[in-house]
Design a protein around this ligand. Structure first.
Ligand code: HEM
Length: 127
């Protein structure tokens, strides 16, 4: 990560939620919500579904402070040319929150995750 981002606040949540099995359940739920929402699914037009699922896993691992494998590109670089809007970002946050709520992640942890995700918003929207 080349951006100056503080991930310490969320770093333990990935482990706390129960590692791989739990994360997979979160990914499946989040993915279903995203592909069924025309506000955000259009961003993934022309992106294959394997790639989308991989993205959801990376997004969540990142959000939860887990290990994320980067091939050197920054969040800004990864999203350049996608023109992700404020509305689409907010919709994604709503899907994330709904997913975490459904999987019984407590409010305090959901708030931390949301705050963290908001902190990287400038790198992702309107690029
Ligand atoms: C904290 C928020 C986010 C993180 C950490 C994140 C992470 C990433 C990463 C790591 C990649 C590169 C994937 C790769 O090279 O294989 C990527 C690509 C991408 N992201 Fe995100 N993302 C975020 C938010 C979003 C949002 C809100 C959207 C749209 C609603 C979005 C749509 C995409 C798309 C369409 C790609 C290209 C996928 C592809 O061509 O394979 N991202 N993202």
């Amino acid at each position: 990560m080349k951006e100056e981002i503080n991930r310490d606040e969320v770093r333990t949540l990935y482990d706390k939620l129960g590692g791989n099995t739990a994360i997979r359940a979160v990914v499946n739920e989040f993915y279903d919500r995203m592909i069924n929402d025309p506000v955000v699914s259009s961003v993934f037009d022309g992106v294959d579904l394997v790639s989308l699922r991989k993205h959801q896993a990376q997004f969540l691992a990142y959000a939860l402070g887990g290990p994320v494998k980067y091939d050197g590109s920054t969040l800004r670089e990864s999203h350049t040319g996608l023109n992700i809007t404020d509305r689409q970002y907010e919709a994604t946050i709503r899907h994330l929150n709904a997913t975490l709520r459904k999987l019984n992640v407590e409010l305090e942890d959901r708030a931390k995750i949301e705050a963290f995700i908001r902190s990287v918003k400038p790198f992702i929207i309107n690029q």
